[in-house]
Design a protein around this ligand. Structure first.
Ligand code: ATP
Ligand code: AMO
Length: 464
């Protein structure tokens, strides 16, 4: 085969050489005998120039090139040259391609919106408006209806590279800590997190559910002596309301481990994993973060893990302008965000752990504190004052488990094999569940979880 070049590798070192690329037509400008096409591969662009000289390039060929619709895929053969005026467009290669042949491989039909419009920052739109110029923008529904086009913007390309990196860093750090990857069923008999937000379905005539988490199965893996396990897989929640941070299907990064003395052993693992994620993103994904920030400006969050008990968090809120906050209630979104701001001011970190939650606001499988059962050996983890992780030490005594499940109204017959798995000896253990889309959203300071889900599922969206 012929040697294909990547747009991102086109540079001055290839000057005067013939190259062959397959790329999309990003923009086209025709001017008499010449045409300027910006070619794009993912986030890299290069300008291709056609000039009708009646030898290699005919007028007909220039016309053919300018009539290929934007976003079409073309094969282009040309010679690399260094332009006299330096290229100013950001992220564009600093060389040009003098086209000798061009062929449309796949033509794009009429576009539902322009990619440049979908790539604008709010700041750019605002600045233009101040000059009296109205720039077109693209709304969220139109973007999501045409997600395969929307995903081609530089920010979206970068968001999903970052998402991939978070998954890899999560897995690699846990593997290095002696964890093994497992896969648990998503078709299950009952709700794993209790409650209403469960998708019910018919399983060969038997009522069943889509797994709300791998919770029960990752614990059963511990009872089966796997000692340290993790899973990356889909989680289904029939969330009825629209919020910026809830999806009906999201990616759960879960882990579970036997512990010796204290649930802090789990917190140590959480801090190690997120230390690796924060470090890996800021050092190896700086370019992606910049692409995201160009459209959605943000500061890279600071990572100086702090652990606060729930009562300490309540005290901070009481001092910080919420004197009436309920010391045994769950924190609502406003309180969580306020606590995030207070912690940032006091400790200089965007990442913190709140532990020892009141038992009343945690799931049935949560271990109560030995010194005071009104509290529990549980924790949430926050980035920028929003929850990315929940976890706990679990109850490993089957009698207490039955008592708590009953008190929480969980039908015992749907979790019988889970309860039975603790009857043949079960080590003390704990773990955590991380929401992948939330980690990327909050790390990048994005305002909506739909931006970090490739094909988001919410109460009103099942396609594409
Ligand atoms: P998870 O449900 O997995 O724990 P979460 O972030 O939804 O994640 P919750 O403990 O359910 O955490 O909720 C925390 C707070 O967020 C609630 O007290 C409530 O104020 C708010 N909240 C949760 N779900 C919704 C929702 N569907 N709509 C509006 N607010 C919500
Ligand atoms: P929890 O229900 O808190 O805990 O979920 C764990 C994490 O998953 C993310 N998350 C969501 N992300 C997007 N859309 C949703 N609807 C949604 N709901 C939750 C959040 C949350 O912190 N079994 C426990 C975990 C454990 O104890 O190990 C559980 O599922 O980031």
């Amino acid at each position: 085969g012929r040697a294909w070049h990547k747009v991102e590798s086109l540079g001055k070192d290839l000057s005067e050489q013939k190259v062959l690329v397959r790329a999309r037509i990003h923009t086209t400008r025709g001017k008499g005998k010449s045409a300027f096409l910006v070619l794009r591969q993912r986030t890299a662009t290069v300008q291709a120039v056609l000039f009708a000289d009646d030898q290699i390039v005919s007028k007909g060929m220039v016309k053919y090139a300018t009539q290929i619709p934007k976003e079409s895929i073309v094969d282009v053969e040309g010679v690399i040259t260094v332009p006299q005026q330096p290229i100013e467009a950001c992220s564009q290669r600093d060389v040009e391609l003098q086209v000798t042949a061009i062929h449309a491989v796949s033509r794009a039909a009429a576009l539902p919106f322009e990619l440049v419009d979908a790539s604008r920052s709010e700041e750019e739109v605002r600045a233009a408006a101040e000059r009296g110029e109205i720039l077109p923008t693209v709304g969220q529904d139109l973007r999501l209806d045409n997600r395969f086009l929307d995903l081609r913007t530089p920010a979206n390309q970068a968001i999903f590279r970052v998402q991939s990196a978070v998954c890899q860093l999560f897995k690699n750090t846990l593997l290095a800590e002696g964890f093994q990857e497992i896969h648990t069923p998503k078709l299950i008999a009952g709700a794993s997190e209790g409650g209403a937000a469960v998708f019910r379905l018919d399983y060969m005539g038997t009522p069943a559910c889509l797994a709300q988490s791998p919770q029960l199965y990752k614990q059963m893996a511990i009872c089966a002596d796997f000692d340290r396990v993790f899973e990356v897989g889909p989680v289904f929640r029939a969330e009825l309301s629209f919020t910026h941070r809830h999806l009906c299907e999201f990616m759960g990064l879960d882990f579970e481990m036997a512990i010796h003395e204290h649930y802090f052993e789990v917190l140590d693992v959480i801090e190690k994993v997120f230390g690796a994620i924060f470090d890996g993103l800021s050092t190896k994904y700086a370019k992606e973060l910049e692409f995201i920030a160009q459209q959605y400006p943000f500061q890279v969050p600071t990572f100086k893990p702090v652990r606060l008990t729930f009562p300490e968090g309540i005290a901070l809120l009481q001092e910080g302008g919420y004197p009436d906050v309920d010391p045994f209630g769950d924190l609502n979104t406003e309180l969580e965000r306020s606590l995030g701001r207070i912690v940032k001011e006091k400790y200089g970190t965007d990442f913190f752990i709140l532990h020892r939650y009141p038992s009343a606001v945690r799931p049935f499988y949560t271990m109560p504190c030995a010194d005071d059962p009104a509290y529990s050996n549980s924790y949430d983890v926050f980035i920028r004052g929003e929850e990315i992780i929940s976890g706990a030490q679990r109850i490993h005594d089957p009698d207490l488990l039955v008592e708590r499940a009953t008190a929480c109204g969980i039908p015992l017959d749907t979790i019988q094999s889970y309860i039975d798995s603790f009857k043949l000896g079960a080590p003390p253990h704990g773990g955590a569940g991380v929401g992948l889309e939330r980690v990327v959203m909050l790390y990048c300071g994005l305002n909506n979880i739909r931006k970090t889900s490739m094909f988001p599922r919410d109460p009103k969206r099942l396609t594409p």
